[in-house]
Design a protein around this ligand. Structure first.
Ligand code: NAD
Ligand code: MG
Length: 393
């Protein structure tokens, strides 16, 4: 029996994870859940899975949850705040932690799970983007088992040599080919991008996801963040990670070897596959995902990304190459710009401009501690907020 904490249980990944868990009550027990909003959903999840702990973001939300749970005679202890998240991520009785909080808010609890040496199922890519060096050093030191949930990185992991330990070239690996759907705006005229709405941006053609990652997919910043994520997870140099647009989203990524072999993982675009893979690894379990029907799909196609259309992808490569505080600044500025776009204040095409300005304004520096990462995050947010007024509608 594997005891689980799910951070971000009420989000898109959290809900998919609980769907897989519910199929295997003999294998998984939910010990703790967290949710920041959608407290009614968190209450339903508590009723279904009866966790020992549930964590919310505020005292008010905790009160609301306690009230909702009191009707059902629940044993769940309700806690709130950042310390409570770190607590449920490092409980001694917990074996595995699903890190599915969105954005920088996920960094500290995910790192707590890593430091406690847990099996960490990593969906929260922003944590690695912000603090990759420190994060991976902590994984090595604690002996945590880090398994990627992001579909591309899970595919790369599955296509890597067994027991791959970060020795990219000696293992005979020549390149990582990171696939991208191209998002909802791959084909529309560049001029039309200036007037796209939040509703259009979050309507992804292949994946159903949270709002922030959906906008990131539309700008292709998501792929940029994933390039940085792949760099840290697989110790891959930036120039060995190539982005390939593959609109069908069937091949989830590929690994190219010195002998010309290219290994890939395929499947329907449903996050329950990578979630089930990481939950059961090295075994395999049913995920509830429909079998891939190649005859129905018919064709798989590939294109080069257009950096003029998707400047955020170029900015992410730039930040990765710059290193130090740049990826944390990139991530923070992106979070500010995306929420301004979602609130209807910032035009879609100005998201990249705000991020570029933040990268330019914040002085470059090395980061060797988590406090320095948090300072870079803060500086990135301040710089992006200062840049916003010049672009708002
Ligand atoms: P989502 O917005 O649907 O859910 C986010 C979760 O985090 C919710 O439970 C929410 O309550 C919680 N949360 C939000 N703000 C918080 C805060 N300040 N403090 C604590 N908790 C907070 O997002 P999602 O689509 O499920 O994505 C979660 C993470 O997984 C992201 O990092 C995303 O990049 C990554 N990811 C998602 C997908 C996908 O298909 N959805 C695929 C790959 C990677
Ligand atoms: Mg992905």
């Amino acid at each position: 029996m594997m005891n689980l904490t799910i951070l971000g249980a009420t989000g898109s990944i959290g809900v998919s994870a609980l769907d897989v868990v519910a199929r295997h009550p003999d294998r998984y027990k939910v010990v703790a859940l967290s949710g920041h909003t959608r407290i009614e959903l968190l209450a339903e999840q508590c009723h279904q899975f009866n966790p020992a702990y549930a964590v919310t973001g505020s005292a008010t939300a905790a009160q609301q949850l306690t009230h909702l749970l009191s009707a059902g005679g629940s044993n769940t202890q309700v806690l709130y705040g950042a310390n409570a998240l770190a607590h449920i991520a490092s409980l001694s009785e917990v074996d595995a932690v699903m890190a599915a909080i969105v954005g920088a808010a996920g960094l500290m609890p995910t790192l707590a799970a890593v430091s406690a040496g847990k099996r960490v199922l990593l969906a929260n890519k922003e944590a690695l983007v912000m603090a990759g060096d420190i994060f991976m050093a902590e994984v090595r030191q604690s002996g945590a088992c880090l398994l990627p949930i992001d579909s591309e990185h899970n595919a790369i992991f599955q296509s890597m040599p067994a027991g791959y330990a970060g020795d990219f070239s000696p293992a005979g690996i020549s390149r990582i080919l990171l696939t991208a759907s191209g998002g909802p705006f791959r084909d529309i005229k560049i001029e039309a991008l200036s007037s796209v709405t939040p509703a259009q941006a979050v309507a992804h053609p292949k994946w159903v996801m949270g709002r922030k990652i959906s906008v990131d997919s539309a700008t292709m910043m998501n792929k940029g963040l994933e390039v940085i994520e792949a760099h840290w997870l697989f110790n891959a140099p930036a120039d060995r990670i190539e982005v390939v647009i593959h609109p069908q989203s069937v091949i989830h990524s590929l690994v190219e070897y010195a002998d010309g072999s290219v290994l890939a993982q395929l499947g329907n675009p449903d996050m329950r596959t990578p979630i089930a893979h990481a939950l059961a690894w090295p075994q395999r379990i049913d995920s509830g995902v429909q079998k891939l029907d190649l005859f129905a799909i018919g064709q798989l196609t590939f294109e080069r990304p257009d950096l003029a259309r998707f400047p955020c992808l170029g900015l992410a490569y730039q930040a990765l190459r710059a290193g130090g505080n740049a990826p944390a600044v990139l991530n923070a500025a992106n979070e500010v710009a995306v929420s301004a776009f979602l609130a209807g204040h910032l035009p879609f095409l100005k998201i990249a401009a705000v991020i570029a300005e933040a990268l330019e304004v914040v002085p470059h520096s090395a980061v060797t501690t988590i406090d320095m990462v948090m300072a870079a995050d803060h500086q990135g947010r301040v710089a992006a907020k200062r840049a916003l007024p010049a672009y708002v509608q």
